[in-house]
Ligand binder design. Structure first.
Ligand SMILES: CC(C)(COP(=O)(O)OP(=O)(O)OC[C@H]1O[C@@H](n2cnc3c(N)ncnc32)[C@H](O)[C@@H]1OP(=O)(O)O)[C@@H](O)C(=O)NCCC(=O)NCCS
Length: 145
């Protein structure tokens, strides 16, 4: 039986260890984030199992919100959870008085790219390449909220 959207709850958290553990389970890349100092969210399914996480970093002296790493376990994918994670992070940015949101993706990460397009993000070329993990294969995205 697949999970319905309403069964998955997103909540803010300071449980950095839970976020790190989901991050490690989902990412094979050689880089990791410490998530220290970031705004963090977890998602739980109806049975209380953690199925996703998202992080938000405030950068550029507090003027910009960076959608940092996020991930959804296979069992909960394809139900809009990543888009919900994007919106919840935008809401937090707004609460902080920030209207500039940026992020990057690998250019092969179609679910990630499509979730950003669905949420109204546009690609842009920053003055310097700051998406170091992906180098020249990275795509940069921004949105005014
Ligand atoms: C990227 C990821 C978070 C998406 O999670 P999700 O909850 O399944 O995404 P959503 O259900 O919100 O779908 C997002 C969009 O991607 C689309 N999509 C999903 N799978 C896709 C695929 N294989 N190819 C193309 N598009 C796809 C969906 O249709 C949706 O677009 P829509 O709004 O136009 O319908 C998830 O695949 C994941 O955890 N991947 C590994 C980690 C990662 O890449 N994290 C993101 C970068 S930090």
């Amino acid at each position: 039986m697949s999970l319905s959207k309403t069964q998955i709850k997103i909540y803010r958290t300071t449980d950095i260890l839970a976020v790190r553990s989901l991050d490690a389970a989902l990412w094979q890349e050689a880089y990791t984030d410490s998530f220290a100092g970031m705004h963090l969210w977890l998602a739980k399914d109806g049975a209380g199992k953690l199925v996703g996480y998202a992080s938000l970093k405030i950068v550029d002296g507090g003027s910009t919100a960076f959608l940092s790493k996020a991930g959804v376990l296979w069992s909960a994918r394809g139900q809009g959870l990543q888009k919900r994670f994007i919106r919840v992070r935008e809401r937090r940015a707004k609460e902080l008085g920030i209207n500039n949101v940026i992020t990057y993706t690998d250019n092969t990460n179609l679910p990630s790219i499509n979730s950003l397009i669905s949420c109204g993000y546009k690609m842009y070329q920053p003055a310097r390449d700051w998406g170091l993990p992906f180098g020249k294969t990275g795509l940069y995205w921004k949105k005014k909220i």
